[in-house]
Write a protein that binds this ligand. Structure first.
Ligand SMILES: Cc1cc2nc3c(=O)[nH]c(=O)nc-3n(C[C@H](O)[C@H](O)[C@H](O)COP(=O)(O)OP(=O)(O)OC[C@H]3O[C@@H](n4cnc5c(N)ncnc54)[C@H](O)[C@@H]3O)c2cc1C
Length: 296
């Protein structure tokens, strides 16, 4: 299916494409050879450029200095950024629109708006060993003076090695909403948080997905998002936005892969002819041309 972008979305697509092609892709091999990491000065430059291009304020409301882009514009951006390997496009953070409905002014000031100017970085601690697609949280939040104690283990907390705070979902252990979930903003440096291990994935990212344990970790009541019991709805808001943008990145990655494979097959000689002309490669053409717009 071909989706025609209007002028605005096409302009965002173009901007992101240039950033991906000219600034990020040239560093892929270096990142791959270095466990996904790039030198600090390069990382800082990528972050600055991404922020100047407006990528860190795409979803934030205008009254907070954001651009409040339409979803189609944001998808056009993330699709192009998805063309890049090694998660090099994760060089900036961005607040999501739902956070502005969920957070108090204080929370916005200390946690959410700093994502836009790059001074803070968030990560999401939702998943657990038994809680994946079926989100059934076992980590508990037990009421104590001034707040809660968090106890449990969170899996695959992406970017925890770069972040300085978590959005953490926990099940309320007591009080009138016991058994329901709440969402908290939790500073990474808080006592009682430890890394259990960092599982290896098939990609080479500098953003790791560690498993973390939380033992009697204090979080003030003022760091709870919304009301007790609202936790799951905030996770759903995050999923709705983030999963859509993951899908966009996957489309970009797929298009790039087909382009790279096609270019390679055009140059690679097998049995005296380019691979692309061999009889078994031809049936792939209709799919490649549909996805990438190439002529079969
Ligand atoms: C790279 C990566 C980064 C991640 N980052 C984060 C993060 O930052 N924060 C965080 O909290 N979590 C993170 N996760 C966890 C992620 O959200 C979970 O992996 C996801 O929710 C799926 O859960 P699961 O792995 O337990 O798979 P499962 O829920 O066990 O699913 C296994 C398979 O079964 C299928 N399936 C599940 N239920 C059904 C059903 N009812 N009917 C039919 N099929 C079904 C699924 O589609 C899947 O293919 C990350 C995971 C990965 C791989």
């Amino acid at each position: 299916m071909k989706i025609l972008l209007d002028e605005t979305a096409a302009a965002w697509q173009h901007k992101a494409r240039r950033f991906a092609e000219e600034e990020l892709i040239p560093f892929e091999v270096e990142a791959e050879m270095n466990g996904g990491a790039l030198p600090d000065d390069v990382r800082r430059r990528h972050k600055k450029m991404a922020m100047e291009l407006g990528f860190s304020s795409m979803d934030a409301p205008r009254q907070y200095g954001g651009l409040a882009l339409r979803h189609i514009d944001q998808v056009a951006v993330w699709e192009q950024l998805g063309r890049v390997t090694n998660a090099l496009c994760w060089c900036f953070s961005e607040p999501h629109q739902w956070m502005f409905q969920a957070c108090t002014e204080e929370q916005l000031k200390y946690y959410v708006l700093p994502l836009m100017d790059g001074s803070r970085k968030e990560c999401y601690a939702i998943t657990e060993s038994e809680s994946g697609s079926d989100v059934r949280i076992e980590t508990t939040a037990t009421r104590c003076s001034g707040g809660y104690h968090i106890d449990g283990e969170k899996w695959y907390v992406t970017s925890a090695n770069h972040a300085d705070y978590f959005f953490l979902q926990a099940r309320l252990a007591d009080g009138p909403h016991a058994g329901h979930d709440a969402m908290f903003l939790l500073d990474k440096g808080t006592a009682g948080i430890e890394e259990v291990r960092t599982p290896l994935f098939s990609h080479t990212f500098d953003h790791h997905h560690p498993i973390l344990s939380f033992k009697h970790v204090f979080v003030p009541e003022s760091n709870r998002l919304g009301a007790e019991g609202d936790g799951m709805s905030y996770s759903h808001s995050w999923f709705r936005h983030e999963r859509l943008m993951i899908a966009a990145r996957c489309c970009g990655a797929m298009a790039r892969m087909i382009e790279e494979v096609t270019a390679f097959a055009g140059k690679r000689m097998v049995g005296g002819e380019p691979l692309i002309d061999s009889s078994w490669f031809r049936p792939c053409w209709p799919t490649a041309s549909r996805i990438c717009g190439h002529r079969a």
